[in-house]
Design a protein around this ligand. Structure first.
Ligand SMILES: *[C@@H]1O[C@H](CO)[C@@H](O)[C@H](O)[C@H]1NC(C)=O
Ligand SMILES: *[C@@H]1O[C@H](CO)[C@@H](O)[C@H](O)[C@H]1NC(C)=O
Ligand SMILES: *[C@@H]1O[C@H](CO)[C@@H](O)[C@H](O)[C@H]1NC(C)=O
Ligand SMILES: *[C@@H]1O[C@H](CO)[C@@H](O)[C@H](O)[C@H]1NC(C)=O
Ligand SMILES: *[C@@H]1O[C@H](CO)[C@@H](O)[C@H](O)[C@H]1NC(C)=O
Ligand SMILES: *[C@@H]1O[C@H](CO)[C@@H](O)[C@H](O)[C@H]1NC(C)=O
Ligand SMILES: *[C@@H]1O[C@H](CO)[C@@H](O)[C@H](O)[C@H]1NC(C)=O
Ligand SMILES: *[C@@H]1O[C@H](CO)[C@@H](O)[C@H](O)[C@H]1NC(C)=O
Ligand SMILES: *[C@@H]1O[C@H](CO)[C@@H](O)[C@H](O)[C@H]1NC(C)=O
Ligand SMILES: *[C@@H]1O[C@H](CO)[C@@H](O)[C@H](O)[C@H]1NC(C)=O
Ligand SMILES: *[C@@H]1O[C@H](CO)[C@@H](O)[C@H](O)[C@H]1NC(C)=O
Ligand SMILES: *[C@@H]1O[C@H](CO)[C@@H](O)[C@H](O)[C@H]1NC(C)=O
Length: 329
């Protein structure tokens, strides 16, 4: 091998790399990680934080690559992009900067259980986001339609905040949603019937809000739903007696509303996997359906403060897993 060939090969590789860098994204190929957009987005996020009592962000400085900052995780290939930002339970206070909306490779954003105030950050560019956990903060204002751009979202948790306004019907564009957790806010208006379109939905918890109107029939048609919690709202109307197959439903919580009417006589047959039935503090009347004795997984039947009459069906004797039967008035 001649001596001159090797340096020229090396030069060739360098030239190629530089060209490649230029073509891909000159910013990310920079030798200084601190030039990248994700670096600046994270620093911008840090600026929004007014209190960090546990020093959660103490290693967030330019001498350390941002992929090693506490709570940050990156893709394993260059250019390194932030895929996870998880600062749950750090007592952080301040506002969530909309710069997190520029972390376009983000899959997981978990800022739950802190003391963030202000509106939800604008995250409409986060098409890869699958887990969004912002629960247990002091976030306020409304849930806007930008959410529908996070089309890969699997789990949405905005529970225990101060959110107001309606649940956007467009939530049904989030075709991969498996869990919606909005409990403990000040949401008003009706439950969007479009929830019916979410065929992957397993859990929906809208309890402890100010929702009113009747429960749309579509809610009883979400194909694979396992848990529905609508307790502690101002819902009226009843449960339709043309109740069909909801064979995956395990937990049904409707307590503390203004629901009335009789229970569907086939309720135990169409909810064969029911484990917990919570209907307390409503205006239900009539007899307790015998068919409930057919829902052999029932552990809790909690029906206090209603207007039921008659006797406890003898079929309840077949409920071998039953632990709580509450019929207090
Ligand atoms: C980025 O890092 C380089 C070298 O570590 C340093 O000279 C430069 O000031 C840094 N820039 C910023 C914006 O932190
Ligand atoms: C960071 O992400 C990689 C995959 O990209 C994963 O294997 C690793 O467990 C993650 N680390 C943390 C702390 O989440
Ligand atoms: C965030 O990190 C905590 C541990 O610090 C973990 O328990 C939690 O599951 C993580 N959140 C997500 C969405 O992965
Ligand atoms: C919230 O975070 C605190 C620490 O800041 C922790 O003690 C508590 O268990 C967390 N709560 C939940 C529900 O994760
Ligand atoms: C997001 O990035 C764009 C450029 O890509 C920038 O103009 C904008 O200011 C950034 N937004 C925030 C909130 O940092
Ligand atoms: C969703 O993304 C598209 C394309 O990037 C954009 O035009 C549209 O304004 C976004 N919608 C919302 C509600 O942000
Ligand atoms: C929901 O499904 C209905 C009928 O299947 C369809 O007409 C409607 O456009 C869908 N809506 C959304 C938001 O996906
Ligand atoms: C729901 O509450 C709003 C006010 O918050 C009221 O205008 C509306 O009539 C109520 N709807 C029903 C069906 O009770
Ligand atoms: C619930 O709705 C009724 C009327 O349907 C209304 O009188 C009452 O104020 C509402 N309660 C709350 C807490 O919104
Ligand atoms: C109810 O749905 C399940 C699964 O979707 C199915 O296996 C079962 O046959 C259905 N039962 C009735 C009575 O339609
Ligand atoms: C209980 O289930 C059996 C078998 O599926 C059925 O024949 C019976 O009618 C059901 N009982 C009631 C009260 O629905
Ligand atoms: C209890 O279950 C058995 C077997 O499924 C059935 O034959 C019987 O009628 C049930 N008893 C009552 C009181 O429903």
């Amino acid at each position: 091998m001649s001596l001159w060939k090797q340096p020229s090969k090396l030069a060739m590789v360098v030239v190629l790399l530089l060209l490649l860098c230029h073509a891909v994204d000159k910013v990310h190929c920079s030798t200084h990680h601190n030039n990248s957009q994700d670096f600046h987005s994270l620093l911008e996020f840090k600026k929004g934080i007014t209190s960090d009592p546990h020093g959660a962000l103490s290693n967030w400085n330019p001498s350390i690559h941002f992929c090693h900052w506490h709570g940050v995780n990156c893709s394993s290939t260059r250019p390194y992009r932030v895929t996870e930002l998880n600062l749950t339970g750090q007592n952080l206070a301040g506002q969530i900067s909309s710069s997190v909306g520029n972390l376009t490779f983000l899959h997981t954003l978990d800022l739950s259980n802190n003391s963030f105030i202000g509106p939800l950050p604008l995250l409409n560019k986060l098409r890869n986001l699958d887990l969004l956990f912002l629960g247990s903060n002091h976030l306020e204002d409304v849930i806007l339609d930008w959410l529908t751009n996070c089309s890969n979202l699997v789990y949405l948790d905005l529970s225990k905040n101060h959110l107001t306004g309606h649940i956007p019907p467009n939530i049904a564009f989030l075709k991969k949603l498996e869990g919606i957790n909005l409990y403990g806010n000040y949401l008003s208006g009706v439950i969007p019937p479009t929830l019916r379109n979410l065929s992957t939905l397993l859990l929906v918890d809208l309890s402890n809000n100010q929702l009113n109107g009747s429960i749309p029939n579509e809610v009883w048609q979400i194909p694979n739903i396992q848990m529905v919690n609508l307790a502690i709202n101002n819902l009226s109307g009843g449960i339709p007696d043309t109740f069909t197959n909801l064979s995956s439903l395990m937990i049904l919580g409707l307590d503390h509303n203004m629901l009335g009417g009789t229970l569907p006589s086939n309720i135990g047959d169409v909810l064969p996997h029911l484990q917990g039935l919570y209907l307390g503090s409503n205006l239900f009347f009539g007899t307790i359906p015998t068919s409930l004795g057919n829902a052999s997984n029932l552990e809790v039947v909690d029906l206090p403060n209603n207007l039921f009459s008659g006797t406890i069906p003898s079929s309840f004797g077949n409920l071998s897993k039953l632990q709580i039967l509450n019929l207090e008035v």
